[in-house]
Design a protein around this ligand. Sequence first.
Ligand code: ATP
Ligand code: MG
Length: 342
Amino acid sequence: MIESVNLTKYYPSPIKSLFDLKSLRDFLGKPREKIPALIDLNFKVKEGEIFGLLGPNGAGKTTFCKIANALVIPTRGNLYINGYDSVKEHDKIKGRIFTIFGGERDLFGLFQWRVSVEKNLKFIAELWGISKVEAEKRINYALELLNLKDKRNEWYQKLSAGMRQKVYLALPLIIQPEALILDEPTVYLDVFTRREVWNAILELSKEFRTTIILTTHNLNEAEVLCDRVLIFNEKKIAEGKPKELVEKFQALKIDRKLLIKLKGKVEVDDFTGITEKIKVYTQNGFTYLEIYIKQDYLKDILTVLTNYDVIDIQNEAVTLEDVFAHVRSLDSYVNSKVGKKS
Ligand SMILES: Nc1ncnc2c1ncn2[C@@H]1O[C@H](COP(=O)(O)OP(=O)(O)OP(=O)(O)O)[C@@H](O)[C@H]1O
Ligand SMILES: [Mg+2]
């Protein structure tokens, strides 16, 4: 189980120069400005659950992952991993938690560059105290699952960034930690590789009951993988099952998204009373509209559009991505009327 209790992190703002008066005052003891990264983050993740931390750039996702590994000390609050404080009792959880930072960042320097994939994996398995026979079995299984069998004898150095990311993903399958933290595990991966990685993550949760926290910008990824998600930007914004969040959004009388392309300009006033959620942008003489609407109002919208030279209309169901895009206005939106019939 993983539990975040009032987890808060403020970074001190950097001292720019001692010759600048303000920085000098900072240096001499005046409290320095603080950069908020996490503010009172509370949540619980059960054993075997996949929990998504979703937030825009700078929301505090990597900071959370670093606190889980005692690489950053929280300003206040605690993160408990299987009952142990991730920072104060780091020694007790060191072997039981595994973290993968996105991209090529082998932050812990586990891989030797001029050594084959297999030898690297065997060495790391040995570090984790796994017997040779068991390691062999697990390595075969992981390479098979991640479609990496043909890279077994390749030097780690010769792999592409995406392949390296997959090799890194082989580690939790071999080590089988109790808790796994994944910081943007599929960043830079193409759609096919991404699916292989998703497969491995689902396997870890299903087969080994690994408790997984993953951060992502990819809302589709969160919808496919996560049992529950927390949307945050320093502070919590919303939490729930991806489907529930989409339903909550739909309950606000918005269940469709229309993407419309038309020639010329548009009078936004024409849409007043039908929808309040409308985004307009123009490019090369065309106007593009993004309209969130309840299906019932489709007819009204189409009536308005007869006044325009419409080139294309796409009618899409609302996804978690839309919830994410509008979530900041969710609360104020609950009380506002959307559409004249509501
Ligand atoms: N070492 C540091 N010193 C000062 N400020 C920092 C430091 N590390 C992060 N920050 C700040 O803390 C905030 C959160 O950063 P963090 O890297 O945790 O965000 P993130 O959600 O991982 O972003 P991204 O999606 O871009 O990876 C940002 O405002 C960032 O500038
Ligand atoms: Mg990050």
